[in-house]
Design a protein around this ligand. Structure first.
Ligand code: SAM
Length: 392
């Protein structure tokens, strides 16, 4: 029943919860399922969950049991009556309230989804209920769920790497990077309220937060959170980052911001700028050879280098769907996950990359992550694409 609990903790739509509850009971919300809901979902976590959401779920659960002429557990009736007396229906709709969700990444085993797998990650997050204007960074976007699944599915790509994320929002990608033991995790956002919320989330996940770049001894539990508007960040600030890997989730949507974002990528992916004294000191072992022409992504793989082969040896032989990691070779790299909402905006991004001497490759099919969020029916992973960007 762990998918049902995970769905409740991540505040999935209540209809999805009922569907999962039915699956648990073999088609009906049985007494056993209700007992589980009470013991594990409500009695234990009622205080942490968003009460109007829980009220809505209980209302549907009770209706479902009654419709099928079942017996509703007394505790569920009592809890619902308590909510009826203390909450109004309109409370759910209320403005920009922040809520706590818990995103559970479940790893498949032979018998379904294993909630005891040591790779499992549960990330509590404070976020906004609605994707309100000006509050975009406090919502969890599908691209960051996808990028998180990639990180947890292919930890060897990120462990012992220095990782820097642009537009980090709630901080979920950073939490996954720290979970797979990236050597350094630097998160950033241009919005101050988003940054404040991100810091809360890192605290909830037991990380300590540093807000300035420093060369001091690295605390493995330390995540850096930087205020970094793309328009104004200076080259000297970027110079300090020296990341092996740059990440971004759902950051390609505003055409006005794109030239600034590409400037950052061009600077950080160009080893001559980051490591002038060392020449072209490639330090990761990854690069790409596809070209971006007229806004179209060309995914042709043109062979590999020795270092590329060395890196390939680190990778699992095959992805979940059997594909290989064709195209991953030597050099620093950016991984950008995005939903392409407007093709013109994406084409503009590709054209800017091309003029900045960067290449882009679509890795969506070759680096397909495990579905670690099987309970999250609201997450449309098919709409997310994963791109890798590197220096030509
Ligand atoms: C759609 S949200 C995505 C948040 C998060 N990466 C996710 O996928 O859940 C875009 C994020 O980029 C940040 N952002 C947008 N424009 C920015 C800019 N010009 N400079 C810095 N951050 C920016 C926003 O504050 C927000 O956190």
């Amino acid at each position: 029943m762990s998918p049902l609990l995970s769905a409740l903790l991540s505040m999935e739509p209540t209809d999805s919860l009922i569907a999962l509850a039915r699956v648990c009971g073999g088609g009906l919300v049985t007494g056993e399922v209700q007992r589980f809901v009470w013991d594990h979902c409500i009695a234990k976590d009622a205080g942490k969950l968003h009460a109007p959401y829980l009220k809505k779920f209980l209302k549907k659960l009770i209706a479902e049991v009654e419709l099928n002429h079942g017996d509703v557990l007394d505790e569920l009736y009592e809890q619902y009556a308590h909510f009826m007396a203390s909450l109004k229906d309109s409370d759910f709709e209320k403005g920009n309230a922040r809520v706590f969700k818990c995103i559970s990444f479940l790893f498949p085993d032979g018998n379904g989804f294993n909630s005891c797998d040591s790779r499992k990650l549960m990330a509590p997050l404070q976020c906004s209920l609605n994707m309100l204007e000006g509050d975009t960074g406090c919502s969890i976007w599908p691209s960051s769920l996808f990028l998180s699944e990639c990180i947890l599915s292919f930890p060897e790509l990120f462990s012992n790497k220095s990782c820097f994320e642009v537009g980090s929002g709630v901080g979920l990608v950073g939490i996954c990077l720290a979970h797979v033991k990236a050597s350094k995790v630097i998160l950033s956002d241009g919005d101050l309220s988003t940054l404040a919320n991100m810091k809360v989330n890192l605290g909830l996940n037991h990380f300590s937060v540093e807000t300035v770049m420093s060369e001091t001894t690295e605390d493995p539990n330390m995540v850096k959170c930087l205020h970094m508007p793309w328009e104004s960040v200076s080259e000297s600030e970027l110079q300090n980052l020296k990341p092996d890997i740059i990440l971004g989730a759902d950051v390609i949507y505003d055409p006005v911001c794109l030239p600034h974002l590409v400037r950052i990528l061009a600077f950080l992916l160009n080893p001559k700028k980051l490591y002038p004294e060392k020449g072209s000191g490639n330090h990761l072992g990854l690069s790409l050879e596809s070209k971006c022409t007229d806004g179209k992504v060309n995914g042709t793989h043109q062979g590999s280098t020795d270092n590329g082969d060395k890196f390939q040896a680190l990778l699992p032989k095959r992805t979940e769907n059997g594909a290989t990691y064709a195209g991953l070779k030597k050099g620093s790299m950016a991984f950008i996950a995005t939903v392409i909402r407007k093709i013109e905006t994406f084409d503009k991004f590709c054209a800017l990359l091309d003029s900045a001497n960067l290449t882009i490759k679509d890795l969506t099919d070759s680096l397909r992550p495990f579905n670690l969020l099987p309970y999250m029916h609201s997450y449309d992973r098919t709409g997310v694409r994963l791109f890798a960007i590197s220096c030509k």
